[in-house]
Write a protein that binds this ligand. Structure first.
Ligand code: C2E
Ligand code: MG
Ligand code: MG
Length: 580
């Protein structure tokens, strides 16, 4: 039977060739296939360790140019893992004990070489155990220090880094903490799923790695928030340049499957030591700056200023008050009339939510709808809006006013809500409103979801008999191809295009293109934000069907809209009588 010999690479530190040969023979007799090399000076020992790998170092105690303790120091400088065994003719006990204390694994007298093989076998086993342990420790370190999705350092690692940086940073040193948060990331995961969200995060991490340098520390804090610590940075101007680079790197489209996603980021920054001597203050202040940047919207950047602290408090207070606002009946709807551009008839009204917190003025939706969306409260509040608007519209009809359509804004989260069609059917039944008098306004971002699922929901809603319009058209995820496939009734041209109307500007071109496209698809086109006679004339000339805006009427209480409807009907009747 042939037994395979175990390979053993031994580095022998020995001045006598004969003694080295004895060691080699002993190991070969013990069943090892020995590959060995002999060295006898510090320089050759070091060079050999650096260029080749060894399973074992066997060292004489007393060489002319080196002793075992000095050899051990050189070995440990290069590697901690290789077992070091002293094989010597004469070695004083205290030196042997000192060598063991410094990391030698054993010592054997040259006249007792029979001990060598069992010791080498034991050492090889223990080295293997130590190697396994090291792998386990490394992976534990990775799990506890790195984010498994992006491979970036995680929150704990970041805080350790910040703490140690602050512990050793002298007064004259500085650094900046950048907090980077993706805008509307929840919508990506809600619309396209976790998998798509994860792809965006991984790619964001890669892009950030390119923006920041080797000496910067980038981490993922959790969810869609990243952090970068940039040393030697204490000026707002340079931080702003870095923020611009972050925005630029996010400008490129994220291609997730067949979807082209545009993901923007908000950036907040605080500086050490100016904005906090302790890491938690510094971090809290970067968060304040980030919240302010987020409130500004878009691809924004803010450096911390002490007056920002109020924002965080205000937002917390608002969030907790919003949890009770529905039960305490603090929401009200205002209605803004919509007109047919050619005969001046009121054809509809958009229901716009306001929050009447006791003791304060009416709060506009831009201030609290994003919080309702982030907290999920938009679902019950949105249902309340639908019910209240349908009830009011039925009331106007019961009061003998000419029937109009009430338009209700629906956030993407509501649109994705399972059973939405059932809820609407129930509300129409409860309030007695006929479905053709309800319109839902949705934004282009619903198209971020799979087209099939979006079309299925739209079909379900249209089957009820209600109307659907695309709000703020032209500003969102504008894939014109989806328009053809979506069962919708109306496009609302975003007010930014209407507001900027000046003859011959680009926005005029956009307005004209939207009207042309809408009509090509047999959709009605309504312009919102109409404030001037010049805008009306232009819209009329280009064939826009309907208008909504301050020129015709601001959002108003239901009773005032009833008055306006009565007046408009009367004056139209008078015009008709005069013309008859
Ligand atoms: P929107 O749906 O695009 O509503 C039109 C906004 O433009 C309203 O602001 C309206 O007051 C304003 N507006 C109308 N005409 C003019 C004009 O001629 N000039 C100017 N400068 N502004 C005009 P509001 O009421 O502050 O609503 C803002 C946004 O809040 C709405 O934009 C809508 O996205 C959201 N919102 C309002 N109510 C609800 C709701 O019940 N549910 C949801 N999900 N969102 C809502
Ligand atoms: Mg709207
Ligand atoms: Mg709008």
């Amino acid at each position: 039977m042939i037994t395979m010999k175990k390979e053993l690479r031994v580095l022998v530190v020995e001045d006598s060739e004969d003694d080295a040969e004895l060691v080699r023979n002993e190991l070969a007799d013990g069943g090892f296939a020995v590959a060995h090399k002999r060295v006898e000076t510090a320089a050759s020992l070091k060079a050999t360790l650096e260029h080749e790998s060894w399973d074992m170092v066997i060292c004489d105690h007393n060489l002319p140019a080196l002793d075992s303790l000095a050899a051990l120091a050189i070995v440990r400088e290069v590697t901690v893992a290789v077992p070091f065994i002293i094989v010597s003719g004469l070695i004083p006990d205290e030196v042997a004990i000192e060598a063991m204390r410094r990391g030698a694994r054993d010592f054997i007298r040259k006249d007792n070489l029979s001990k060598l093989v069992p010791i080498v076998e034991r050492e090889l086993q223990e080295a293997a155990v130590r190697a396994d342990l090291k792998v386990a420790q490394d992976s534990l370190h990775n799990v506890s220090h790195f984010d498994s999705l992006t491979g970036l350092p995680n929150r704990e690692h970041l805080f350790k880094h910040l703490k140690s940086k602050m512990a050793c940073t002298g007064n004259d040193l500085s650094f900046a903490v950048f907090l980077i948060d993706l805008n509307r990331f929840r919508q990506v995961t809600k619309s396209l799923g976790m998998w798509a969200g994860n792809k965006v995060l991984v790619e964001t991490a890669e892009r950030l790695r390119v923006v920041f340098g080797e000496n910067d520390f980038i981490a993922r804090l959790g969810a869609d928030t990243f952090v970068a610590v940039v040393p030697n940075l204490d000026q707002d101007a340079r931080a702003e340049e870095i923020a611009k680079a972050i925005h630029n790197c996010m400008d490129e489209v994220f291609q997730i499957d067949e979807h082209d996603l545009f993901v923007k980021a908000s950036v907040g920054v605080s500086f050490y030591p100016k904005d906090g001597q302790e890491w938690d203050d510094l971090f809290k202040n970067a968060e304040s700056a980030l919240h302010n940047a987020k409130a500004a919207g878009g691809r924004s950047y803010q450096a911390y200023r002490p007056e920002m602290d109020a924002y965080g408090k205000e937002r917390l207070v608002m969030e907790s008050a919003l949890h009770h606002a529905l039960a305490q009946e603090e929401f009200v709807l205002h209605y803004q009339p919509q007109f047919n551009l050619f005969d001046g008839q009121i054809i509809g009204a958009e229901a716009l939510l306001r929050w009447h917190q006791p003791g304060s003025a009416l709060i506009p939706p831009g201030k609290f709808v994003p919080i309702l969306e982030e907290t999920g409260l938009i679902v019950p509040v949105g249902e309340w809006v639908l019910r209240a608007a349908c009830k009011q519209n039925k009331q106007w009809q019961d009061d003998g006013l000419p029937p109009i359509c009430v338009a209700v804004n629906l956030s993407v989260i509501q649109f994705r809500q399972p059973g939405l069609a059932q809820i609407i059917k129930k509300i129409l039944k409860e309030t007695g409103l006929s479905p053709e008098y309800l319109e839902l306004e949705i934004t282009e971002n619903i198209a971020m979801h799979s087209e099939e699922a979006t079309i299925a929901t739209l079909d379900e809603l249209r089957a009820i008999g209600i109307q659907i319009s695309i709000d703020d058209f032209g500003t969102g995820y504008s894939s014109l191809s989806y328009l053809k496939r979506f069962p919708i009734d109306r496009l609302k041209i975003d007010q930014s295009f209407v507001r900027d109307h000046q003859d011959g500007t680009n926005d005029d071109g956009i307005v004209m293109a939207i009207i042309g496209m809408g009509h090509g698809l047999k959709l009605k086109v309504i312009a919102e934000g109409v404030e001037t006679k010049a805008q009306v004339d232009f819209l009329k000339l280009k064939g826009c069907d309907e208008v909504q805006g301050y020129l015709y009427g601001k959002p108003m209480e239901a009773c005032n809209l009833a008055l306006l409807m009565t007046e408009t009907t009367r004056s139209n009747k008078e015009i008709c009588e005069v013309m008859a």
